[in-house]
Structures are given as structure tokens and as C-alpha cells.
Design a protein around this ligand. Structure first.
Ligand code: GDP
Ligand code: MG
Length: 698
């Protein structure tokens, strides 16, 4: 028997799923998307259960909704368990009324019964069952209450009528369309969707159906999608009035805790302090310590391997491949792991205590405006240490689009590996003002993030904005078993996917740097393949630094391995063992840098494609190599435009030839930008008609 678990985000699906299956779940991804796919077998039965992504409706407006619809229609589950957060009935029942239109058996699991009791809310289950025409079982997934009854009911084949939720005019039309439709299953659901003009079912459209729709549209004077949504909400409102009895609310422990943690003034500062502590602990203390530890460990192993290989007369190039190519790659993968473990552990605990959902409510208000999630702040803060754990931290964002956007934006935050470059350039060229320059770069990164977020919201993504949390889970002690398993899953999947990419890319760069086109080994870097690539590409950076310099180009490419390498590559190329500020002095090939070109060069390196580690992490989280390539192309092109803009304007001011045409050009660019940012797409979401929309976070 096949069972689908469907419900809103945060309704307790995963908690119930874990409880039902024990720890025997298979975890993967839905084909083509990052959304987690979990399926497993209910303990002591042969029922297969699938945890579907959290959704608010069965419309086709988000990837999560599409996955769930596809599952219901293609996989034909025998039973749908619709899990509902009983403390947020009106929000949850919208989906329920849609599910009940399907021909599949639906059991409604009214979750969070424990919270209901605490809050003194009573729900008349019998009446709810009568009106909805389905089986309803009160459970608490967290406390394990009502689970036996739920499992027993899966076996019982009750047949129910379909409840009538629309006015007689629409109900009659639905009946008429049902008669026209020939395919038997899910006729009522499909009839409603045909009235709504849902793309997926328009192939079933006939002239008669079109006529029925046009008649109704004339009568209601709006499109039917709106009419149907409004009637659905009215039905739910009435249902709630008839079945929910509220006693005067007493303050729960969570409410009391919230007066501090979600305080209007202190809430966000407290959160930032907690996040910085986690960041400091994982990336700072543990990270620094373990990176050193691992690199000295790798160094020892490398020395030993080198010794062994020399003893058996291995050729120089093979030794270099193993030591400089492979070992370096493995080392950089390994060096991320301890920080990732600590970080995932801390975040998983924050999630399991319920704090994360609650704080997101506060942050969502700000971040939703630019199309991100309140939880996006976490990857951004972590990303200022290192983008890799930052990007991996995006997993906690439920909504696929918001998560993808955050993945793409996180590398814009300058990570610690970029600091040596910032320090060297701004120290040399700006002396006393170097602090000011560094701070401006952070501000620039925030501006770039806001700009790109709005750009993606307006242009690339559907802008459905339909995730919100109206009522919140209670605070509680985390279950360490689940937390540890969560950490384990995430770390293993990082090693598998990111590990291979980092390794392969490190080997490729090693090859390009160590060989000439004639495949000679042991050559001067100036004759390497990479140098030739640099020479053929240097024109690209002419507008950015005002000169064709293959040396600078090669340094940029080497920065892909790790951003610290930009500086070390410059030292090597200029033939200086120590490097430092000497690389800018007379006699060095990098003597051409001026304050302005130094600045634009820095900006390009900071905001273009991140290092291979981060690219691999992006690829892992975007789950789609095409999207990864698009994302790094976007980052690189954006960085090019900004740095070229800085150089073109700056150098003209530097030379004193800035004039009225420049001002004109800047104005034109600003006008185009504001046009893009103000571009508005039509919003498609049932939220438009929801009577609770004002009180909920969007
Ligand atoms: P999902 O998004 O639907 O998978 O929801 P989760 O299973 O992740 O649960 C969201 C939050 O609600 C978690 O913090 C759970 O611990 C909590 N939760 C789930 N079921 C219950 C319940 O019956 N009672 C209480 N108090 N909290 C619950
Ligand atoms: Mg879940």
C-alpha cells in the first residue's frame, strides 16, 4: 500500500514521518530539484509512506506544489494522510478542501493536539468530520499520541461523499463538467481545475466546458480562479466558526520565552549574537584549529608519499600530480568537514528546539520584501567566514526558490580567504584610508546582494511568495538522535558531490599550470598552458584594469582554486618569493596598478565566480549543473560590469578628464537599472484572496 503524507510546511510532516518509519527512511532528491525526497516503510507494516514537500495549495504555482500534484496523479497513492497544524486551521484547511476533491482516500491528521490542549482550544471533531465528509484523527506527532488510531484507520475503507463547498451555481457547473469528462478518476478535482483554467488539465477542455466557464465568468464578473478561491475561504471561515471553541488564552511557556527571544527590539540582535557565536565557534575556533591540523596532517602524508614514490623511482610529474594535484584537492575537501559538522549540529539544534521557525517569522518580514527567506541571514553570516558552510546551511530554507536565490547570493559576501587581498591592495594603495575601503567593500556586497535578489525576484523566478508561517511550533528540547542523523546525512552528501568536483578541478588547474602545450613538464610558469590561456583571455579584463595583462588574468583564474591564491599567484608570477607590497613596485609586472585599477581588480575578484569549493557546494545545493553554470556566469558578468564601471569612471576622474558625457552615461545606466528594478510581474497566488492575508507574513 502506498501512502502520501501531505501538509503545509511546519505542520509536522517530518516528525510524523520519522515516528512512523523509525530511522529506516530513504533520503534522496526529487528528480531535477533540490527538494528532499523521503520515503520509508511504516514500522511493523508493509505500507510505503512518502513525505511530500510542504505546500499550501494544489495549484501549479510553485515547484513544491508541482511535485505534490505530480506525485498524486502519477503515483496514485492509496491513501493521503493530510497532516494539519490544528492551531492554524484556516491556513491548513485550504489544502484539505482541495485534497478532498480527489478520488483518493484522505485521512486528516489533526496534529499538535498537545498545543491545542495547552492553549485551551477545543475542536469539535465529529462536526468537522460531518462537514468535511472524511475521517479526522487528533494526533500529536511530537508526543506520539493518536498514532495507533491513525495507523488502524489506514486499513479501513470508508467511503465518503464529496462535501459541497461552493455555491449552487458552481456546484451545478462542476456536476455538468463531471458528466462531460470521460476519464474516471479525480473528476471533481479536474472539473474545478478546468473552471480555474489550470494549464495542466486544459488538454481535457471541450467547447461545452468553455461555454460553462464563460457563462459563470459573466455571472460573477471576475475570473473563476478568484471566485473559487474566495468561496473556498468562505467555506473554511464558516467551518472554523462552527467547530472551534476557544477558551481565554493562558500564557504558555513558549509565549513567555517569546517575549524575550522575539522581542521587537531585542529579537533580531539576540539572533545575530547567537549566529555569530555559532559562526565564531565553527568557522573561527574549530575551523582555524582544524584547518591547520588537517593541512599539517596532509603535509606529513604528502612528504611520506613523496618519499615512498621517489624510492620506487616514480617520475617527477606523477609525484607532482599526486602531491600538488590530488593531495591538495583532498586536503581542501577535508579541511571543510570539521567546521561543517559543528555548524550543521548547531543549526540542527536551533531548528529542533523550534527557535528557528519562530525567529524566521521576525526576519521574514524584512527579507520577503526582496524575495528571500528570513533564514537567508544564516548563510550570509556564516558565509562571511567561508562560503562553503554558508551555502550548505541554505538547506534549512524550506522554499526551493528562496533557497536557490540564497545559494547564488551567499558567495557575494567576502569570505576570510578574500581578506589577504583586501588587506594588501587597500593597504598599499589607500594607506590611512584602507579601513574605509574595506568597510565600503562590505557595503558594496550588501548592495549587490539586494540588487541581485530583486533582479532574480523580478526576472528569473516566479515570485509566488507563498511561504509564510502564521502560527508557530512550541519550544522544546531537541531529540539528539534525529539531530545527529541530520548532521550525518548532510556531511556525507557534501563529501560525495562536492568532493569529486573539488578534486577534479584542482587536478585540471594543476595540469594547466605544470605543463606547456608540448606537454613538457618542469617548465617556467610563463610557458605553461595556463599562461597561454591567460594571454588569449587578457583582453576581457582590459576594461577592468586598463591594460592587457596575462599575468593578472592567470592570477584571477588561479583564484578559482582558493581565493588566497590570487595573491600567491601574483608573487610567483612576478618572480618574488616573498611578494607582499613589493609586487606593485617598479620592476614588477604588476607595477601598472593604480589606486583605481587596484580597486576594480579587487572588486572583480571579490564578486566573480567563487572558489571551486564554493562552486561545488553551489552545485550540490542547486542540484543542477546547468543552474550552477548560469549562477556563476551571472556572478562573473555582474562582477565584470561593476568593476569595469568603477575603473572607467574612476580612471577618468584620476586623469581629470571626467566630463558631461560621463554624467550622461551614468544617468542612462541608472535609468535602465531603475526600470529593471521597478519591473512588475503579475502575482499568481491564492494568497490574494485569503481573508487572513493581512495578518500573515508574506
Ligand atoms: P514539516 O515542515 O511539516 O516537516 O514539520 P516538522 O516535522 O519539521 O515540524 C515542525 C515543527 O513542529 C518541529 O519543530 C516539530 O518538532 C514540531 N511539531 C511537530 N509535531 C508536533 C506536535 O504534535 N506537537 C508540538 N508541540 N510540536 C510539534
Ligand atoms: Mg519536513
Amino acid at each position: 500500500m502506498k501512502i502520501a503524507l501531505i501538509g503545509n510546511p511546519n505542520s509536522g510532516k517530518t516528525t510524523l514521518f520519522n515516528l512512523l518509519t523509525g530511522l529506516n527512511a530513504k533520503i534522496g532528491n526529487w528528480p531535477g530539484v533540490t527538494i528532499e525526497k523521503k520515503s520509508g516503510v511504516i514500522k511493523n507494516t508493509n505500507y510505503e509512506i512518502t513525505d511530500l514537500p510542504g505546500i499550501y495549495s494544489l495549484s501549479p504555482y510553485s515547484i513544491e506544489e508541482e511535485i505534490s500534484r505530480k506525485y498524486v496523479f502519477d503515483e496514485n497513492p492509496d491513501v493521503i494522510i493530510n497532516i494539519i497544524d490544528a492551531t492554524a486551521l484556516e491556513r491548513s484547511l485550504y489544502l484539505t478542501t482541495q485534497l478532498l476533491e480527489l478520488d483518493c482516500r484522505v485521512i486528516v491528521a489533526l496534529n499538535m493536539a498537545d498545543v491545542l490542549q495547552k492553549k485551551g482550544i477545543k475542536i469539535n471533531i465529529q462536526k468537522l468530520e460531518e462537514i468535511l465528509c472524511t475521517k479526522i484523527i487528533k494526533i500529536s506527532a511530537l508526543r506520539g499520541a493518536g498514532i495507533k488510531e491513525l495507523i488502524n484507520n489506514i486499513k479501513i475503507y470508508n467511503t465518503f461523499n464529496k462535501s459541497h463547498i461552493y455555491d449552487s451555481k458552481i456546484e451545478n457547473s462542476i456536476n455538468k463538467i463531471q458528466d462531460i469528462l470521460q476519464i474516471p478518476p479525480n473528476k471533481r478535482f479536474i472539473s474545478v481545475k478546468l473552471l480555474e483554467k489550470d494549464e495542466r488539465f486544459m488538454n481535457l477542455e471541450t467547447k461545452e466546458i468553455d461555454k460553462i466557464r464563460i457563462e459563470l465568468e459573466k455571472y460573477y464578473e471576475t475570473d473563476l480562479e478568484e471566485t473559487i478561491a474566495i468561496q473556498r475561504y468562505k467555506f473554511i471561515e464558516k467551518l472554523k466558526k462552527e467547530t472551534v471553541i476557544k477558551k481565554i488564552k493562558t500564557k504558555t511557556f513558549s509565549d513567555k520565552l517569546d517575549t524575550v527571544l522575539l522581542n521587537k527590539w531585542f529579537g533580531i540582535p539576540i539572533f545575530i549574537i547567537i549566529m555569530f557565536f555559532i559562526y565564531y565557534f565553527s568557522v573561527g575556533v574549530i575551523g582555524n584549529y582544524t584547518v591547520d591540523l588537517i593541512s599539517s596532517f596532509i603535509e606529513k602524508i604528502s612528504e611520506y608519499t613523496k618519499f615512498l614514490l621517489k624510492n620506487i623511482n616514480t617520475s617527477d610529474w606523477l609525484i607532482s600530480l599526486i602531491i600538488d594535484g590530488i593531495m591538495t584537492g583532498v586536503g581542501s575537501v577535508l579541511s571543510f568537514i570539521p567546521q561543517l559538522i559543528i555548524l550543521f549540529f548547531c543549526i540542527s539544534i536551533l531548528e529542533a528546539t523550534g527557535y528557528m521557525s519562530r525567529i524566521s517569522l521576525l526576519l521574514d518580514k524584512i527579507f520577503k520584501k526582496i524575495g528571500l527567506s528570513g533564514k537567508s541571514l544564516i548563510p550570509f553570516i556564516i558565509g562571511s567566514g567561508c562560503s562553503v558552510p554558508g551555502i550548505m546551511g541554505t538547506r534549512i530554507i524550506e522554499n526551493q526558490e528562496e533557497r536557490e536565490k540564497t545559494v547564488i547570493l551567499t558567495p557575494f559576501i567576502p569570505c576570510t580567504a578574500k581578506l589577504p587581498m583586501i588587506a594588501l591592495f587597500s593597504g598599499y594603495f589607500f594607506g590611512k584610508n584602507s579601513g574605509l575601503i574595506s568597510v565600503s567593500l562590505y557595503f558594496l556586497s550588501i548592495l549587490i546582494i539586494i540588487f541581485s535578489a530583486i533582479l532574480m525576484k523580478k526576472i528569473v523566478y516566479k515570485d509566488t511568495n507563498n511561504t509564510y508561517i502564521a502560527e508557530l511550533p512550541e519550544y522544546k528540547l531537541p531529540n539528539i538522535k534525529y539531530v545527529l542523523r541530520d548532521v550525518w546525512d548532510k556531511v556525507i552528501s557534501f563529501i560525495k558531490r562536492a568532493g569529486t568536483i573539488i578534486l577534479i578541478c584542482s587536478i585540471i588547474i594543476w595540469f594547466l599550470l605544470s605543463f606547456s602545450f608540448k606537454l613538457e613538464y618542469g617548465i617556467n610558469i610563463n610557458n605553461s598552458i595556463l599562461a597561454h590561456i591567460g594571454k588569449s583571455m587578457s583582453w576581457i579584463f582590459y576594461p577592468v584594469i586598463g591594460i592587457n595583462s596575462w599575468e593578472a588574468t592567470v592570477s584571477i583564474i588561479q583564484g578559482l582554486v582558493a581565493k588566497e591564491q590570487v595573491i600567491s599567484s601574483m608573487s610567483v608570477i612576478s618572480g618574488l618569493s616573498e611578494g607582499g607590497t613589493k609586487i606593485f613596485e617598479i620592476g614588477s609586472v604588476f607595477n601598472f596598478f593604480t589606486p583605481v585599477s587596484g580597486c576594480s581588480f579587487m572588486v572583480f575578484n571579490l564578486f566573480s565566480a567563487p572558489c571551486f569549493g564554493a562552486i561545488a557546494a553551489m552545485d550540490k545545493e542547486l542540484f543542477n549543473s546547468k543552474k550552477t553554470i548560469k549562477a556563476i556566469t551571472f556572478q562573473t558578468i555582474l562582477a565584470w560590469f561593476i568593476s569595469a564601471f568603477i575603473y572607467q569612471i574612476g580612471s577618468r576622474i584620476e586623469k581629470g578628464i571626467f566630463n558631461i558625457t560621463d554624467i550622461l552615461m551614468i544617468s542612462i545606466i541608472l535609468v535602465i537599472l531603475s526600470k529593471i528594478l521597478l519591473y512588475k510581474k503579475e502575482e499568481k497566488s491564492e494568497c490574494r484572496y485569503c481573508p487572513y492575508a493581512n495578518s500573515c507574513v508574506r
